[in-house]
Design a binder for this molecule. Structure first.
Ligand code: FAD
Length: 680
């Protein structure tokens, strides 16, 4: 990822990183690569308000008094997509670094995870629930897997796989495959190398132009993965041909499409893909490469504008993969779905068209263990200083030429046990599976009094050569940064967040006992409120839960959703009403999803609400892209922003966006290092 340059850029002071989320830690990881002592002679310091790293991705282990011992308690369901090139590369780099250090005599914490492949497993079965004819019908899709590829393998230098033109070319290919599959003549995979609209494969009578030359150009460009994927004219011609063919196919197969749910869903996908391609071409995104051109409108409205039917934009798959997984509901209101067409279509195309290995990867333990423990270990080894229990209260600016600079930061300090110096994390014994051995973890939730304590105020004067990274959530800017410049004010004003809720259930029966249509490790979206998303995490029932539970769990179910806004879960009365809301769902709301469920199957339960400014999820509402600050923004002279709320290629609330943002901030701080961001 990095290459040595002849000179080392130096700031001459310390690097102060505020927040211990994935964006901030990514900056710390890349800024602390070799020679950082020369660049930041005052050292690299991470200030985190809690006693754990990970922020919205953090996980802990429950206290031993629960029915399931050592249970993993997550902030919410966390899955990684096979298109998370930069996030996987960060973790692979971290494991490589620790293994290299071990060869030099360093003793690693625990023994369980040495290689990123032990931390993740491919998951290709995704389902979306559709409410049809008075019943819930699952649409189960098995995404193709390719075991020869893994998302952490380096991409070829200069490989274009994510430009709008390349995505459009791939989308045309996928639409073509689905179109053929509707005829029942060939499966999508049979058609990977087929000639577009070859009448031998699609034997329906229709007049189509000879597309073989166009198809050949597209095929060659896709195979070479170069940026010369094809001209807008070529794409437009292919689109016209496919749209023409799809109208013909629909006319010919209208009755089976209406009657057969599987065909109808395939049809909807073709309709959505063609509308998205048409929109990206007609709105100038392909010719300019600027996805921001379509930021002002909601994804569904934009698709309809470009020819998708109302039926297609209401389908479960779009709801599940874009709106539900990205909590894209304004004010946490399920009746107000809202997602920028720019982030929505780009995110969806990256997810569907650029994944490697498998569309989705789930972790073999919690995020805290797979992601944050190794990063913490690596950063400590490199000499990064961690200050836990330090809440940033005020950032004071002073005038300094044309742009202000940070003069002082006020913290509220709360004492934290077990995180002093380079002390390793405690470990848990994992008895079998890919992580058998000793796995470092973050311990249990601290008592409520610890979190509620005021803390002792402490002021940090910022030196003339110090640099600071704002790795805190966007919702904190208004309360913390005093009199910021207009760009920061606009970002704080226009970027919105939502509360979320998460439930984990440990059950004494396998998934097929309560959801016979499903299978272990399935991920399901578009179900009813209040919990639209369910993921089975079967592997966590046996492999990572050590210790004697009263009844061994056979399956683990994770649910997530937006939570109603206006609730403060730290207030007992409001928490009680949120608990009642969850209770009603568990007692009465699961029937459509789990037809043979019995409340007696549940042996343990973990519920959490993420309502405060530091844990709310970042939304990508239409028209807000321009308000995002770039991680190299220098409108405050010595402060750089990092987080999923910055402008970062993906522009959505997800791990990959946060990692890219952290890399961009690191690059702005260390121009002496070449840091390649995949997909740029
Ligand atoms: C319920 C839920 C489920 C999700 N599921 C997925 C998923 O499946 N896949 C995916 O890719 N993404 C998922 N995400 C999104 C992903 O978790 C976030 O995009 C990502 O973690 C954001 O990282 P960050 O570093 O930008 O911010 P954060 O994680 O919010 O980090 C900010 C850090 O700053 C600390 N902090 C806050 N205020 C202060 C203060 N005043 N002083 C000091 N420290 C402070 C916080 O404690 C935290 O450690 C999910 C998010 C939620 C809420």
């Amino acid at each position: 990822m990095t290459s040595a340059h002849t000179h080392t850029h130096t700031h001459g002071g310390q690097l102060i990183i505020l927040g211990g989320g994935i964006a901030a830690l990514t900056t710390a990881f890349y800024a602390s690569e070799p020679d950082h002592e020369q660049v930041f002679p005052g050292g690299i310091h991470v200030y985190e308000m809690t006693d754990v790293l990970g922020g919205k991705g953090a996980s802990r282990r429950g206290s031993p008094d629960h029915a399931v011992q050592n249970r993993i308690e997550e902030h919410g369901l966390h899955v990684w997509f096979g298109s998370y090139d930069n996030a996987f590369a960060l973790l692979a780099g971290c494991q490589d670094y620790l293994n290299r250090e071990q060869r030099k005599g360093y003793k690693r914490w625990g023994t369980a995870m040495r290689d990123i492949s032990q931390g993740f497993r491919p998951c290709s079965r995704v389902a979306a629930m559709d409410f049809e004819g008075g019943a819930w019908l699952p649409w189960v899709a098995d995404f193709p897997e390719d075991s020869s590829e893994r998302p952490w393998d380096p991409r070829r230098e200069n490989e274009d796989f994510a430009s709008p033109a390349m995505l459009v070319a791939r989308a045309l290919r996928l639409a073509e495959s689905f179109l053929y599959s509707i005829t029942g003549r060939a499966s999508a995979s049979d058609l990977a190398h087929a000639t577009l609209l070859d009448p031998a494969i699609l034997p329906i009578p229709m007049r189509v132009p000879n597309t073989a030359p166009l198809s050949a150009v597209l095929g060659r460009a896709l195979a070479a993965s170069t940026s010369s994927v094809g001209s807008v004219t070529l794409m437009s011609q292919l689109l016209r041909v496919l749209a023409f063919a799809s109208t013909q196919v629909r006319a010919r197969f209208d009755e089976p499409v209406r009657e057969h749910a599987g065909l109808r869903r395939g049809w909807q996908l073709v309709d959505l893909l063609l509308a998205a391609v048409r929109g990206l071409i007609d709105d100038g995104v392909v010719s300019t490469g600027k996805i921001a051109l379509i930021d002002g409108i909601d994804l569904r409205g934009w698709l309809v504008l470009h020819g998708a039917s109302e039926e297609s934009v209401s389908c479960g798959l779009l709801k599940a993969l874009v709106y539900d997984l990205a909590f894209a509901y304004q004010d946490g209101d399920p009746d107000k779905p809202s997602c920028s067409a720019a982030s929505g279509v780009y995110g969806l195309f990256r997810l569907l068209l650029t994944y490697r290995g498998a569309v989705m990867w789930k972790m073999n333990a919690g995020m805290g263990e797979i992601v944050f423990a190794p990063i913490y270990e690596a950063l400590l080894r490199r000499g990064v200083h961690f200050h836990f229990g330090q809440e940033v209260k005020i950032i004071q600016l002073e005038a300094s030429g044309e742009r202000p600079r940070v003069k002082e930061i006020t913290f509220a300090k709360r004492p934290v046990q077990g995180r002093e110096g380079k002390q390793p994390l405690p470990t848990v014994t994992v008895e079998d599976g890919p992580l058998a051995g000793e796995l470092p973890h973050w311990g249990s939730e601290p008592p409520a009094e610890w979190k509620a304590a005021e803390g002792k105020l402490d002021r940090l004067r910022i030196g003339g050569h110090d640099m600071i990274v704002y790795g805190l959530p966007v919702g904190t800017i208004a309360g913390i940064v005093q009199h910021p410049p207009e760009s920061w004010q606009r970002c704080a004003r226009e970027l919105k967040t939502t509360s979320t809720a998460a439930v984990q259930l440990w059950l004494n029966v396998p998934v097929i006992r309560y959801a016979p249509w499903a299978s272990p490790d399935i991920t399901v979206g578009a179900y009813t409120e209040p919990f639209d998303t369910w993921a089975d995490m079967a592997v966590l029932s046996g492999e990572t839960l050590a210790g004697a539970s009263h009844v061994p769990p056979e399956s683990v179910a994770y649910f997530t959703n937006v939570a109603p806004s206006g609730f403060d879960s730290s207030k007992p009365a409001e928490k009680a009403s949120l608990d009642a809301w969850v209770g009603r769902f568990l007692d009465k709301g699961l029937g459509g999803l789990w037809p043979t469920y019995d409340t007696g199957f549940v042996i343990d339960k973990y519920v959490r609400f993420n309502c405060d400014a530091t844990s709310r999820y970042t939304l990508s509402l239409p028209g807000t892209l321009a308000a995002r600050l770039s991680p190299d923004d220098a409108s405050i002279r010595n402060l750089r922003p990092a987080g999923d709320w910055t402008r970062n290629i993906i522009n959505a609330g997800c791990i990959e966006a946060a990692v890219i943002s952290g890399m961009m901030a690191a690059r702005a701080l260390r121009p002496d290092r070449e840091l390649r961001i995949v997909g740029e």
